[in-house]
Design a protein around this ligand. Sequence first.
Ligand SMILES: Cc1cc2nc3c(=O)[nH]c(=O)nc-3n(C[C@H](O)[C@H](O)[C@H](O)COP(=O)(O)O)c2cc1C
Ligand SMILES: Nc1ncnc2c1ncn2[C@@H]1O[C@H](COP(=O)(O)OP(=O)(O)O)[C@@H](O)[C@H]1O
Length: 327
Amino acid sequence: MSVMHVWRSLAEIPDLGPAVVTLGNFDGVHRGHQAVLRAMVADARERGHVALAMTFDPHPKAVHDPAHQPELITGLDDRLERLAATGLDGVLVVRYTLDFARQTPEEFVRDYLVDGMRASCVVVGRDTRFGRGNAGDVETMRALGRELSFEVDIIDDACAVSESGRRWSSTWVRELLDAGDLPGANDVLGCAHRLRGTVIHGDALGREIGFPTANLDHSAGMIPRHGVYAAWLTVLDGRGNPRAQALAGERMAAAVSLGMNYTVGGTDLRVEAFCIDRDGLDLYDAEVALDLVEWRRPMLDFGSLDALVAALGEDVDWCREVLTVRT
Ligand SMILES: Cc1cc2nc3c(=O)[nH]c(=O)nc-3n(C[C@H](O)[C@H](O)[C@H](O)COP(=O)(O)O)c2cc1C
Ligand SMILES: Nc1ncnc2c1ncn2[C@@H]1O[C@H](COP(=O)(O)OP(=O)(O)O)[C@@H](O)[C@H]1O
């Protein structure tokens, strides 16, 4: 598989010939997104054109309405990784600003889609909106296509609906994550929900009670319902820690605790992972990913460390079993 290009500005895009182009936030790159993108890639291949997408960072809502911006399902790194898996040839990441949003629909289409990305065909949903004040819609795109000589392909609704009849959507994924329904969320996502972060120092109590936990300085991935989860921990980058780097890419079974450590008087959100059957790890400073598999129970105040330790033993047994079944 060829590597997907990632461009941060129009000026970086080389001439790759005519392109089938789509645009969107692609939050989570869920199965609806994947279906559309795969169909588009297949169509581009048939035409002998390249398949390109435009995506926005930050999320437009974060710029227009910061008070109501949604927590993104993944950070940009995971969005790009998942976009690459659909076979796209390139992605333009547009730095979304109020200035960018001020372009008229025509300016945007001419400068970005036609001159910048060389669109021979633009793929959009029925409810697409673009340009200043969201003035552009499907009809605007069709009219601009006639004027500027590109086709407009409206996404087939069949692509957008799951077997249950509900439309695939980022909102659906967020609802499932809020409910702690990880098998459900992972099904809509088409892959495990991933949290990313750097391993930092906690209170150094874990090693005393026999359950050392890698504490994450959480940097990306929507925080789902608090509680205990079975998960896979992967070291993405040792970041100067050679012992962690030696484990890079290896998936380790983990019991994850996500929330307030009430038993020890905790009042802030902690994201911690105990790697099962792995003694003597050193993960400090590494960038790690947690792929969440299943929620077990809420965070509790056990009243004593002894009771907490007993519960952790049971949690770990449960996680070991869940992760053996779901490889
Ligand atoms: C699987 C698992 C479940 C946990 N559940 C709880 C819990 O229900 N309540 C709680 O107060 N702390 C819970 N913890 C967090 C511990 O309190 C925490 O790991 C311990 O205080 C050590 O923290 P440290 O890494 O900062 O040293 C859990 C930890 C793990 C690994
Ligand atoms: N099985 C393991 N799972 C997770 N971390 C481990 C494990 N074994 C050793 N470690 C190391 O121990 C650290 C956690 O120990 P802990 O006493 O909880 O300290 P802290 O409070 O700083 O997290 C982790 O950051 C990691 O480097």
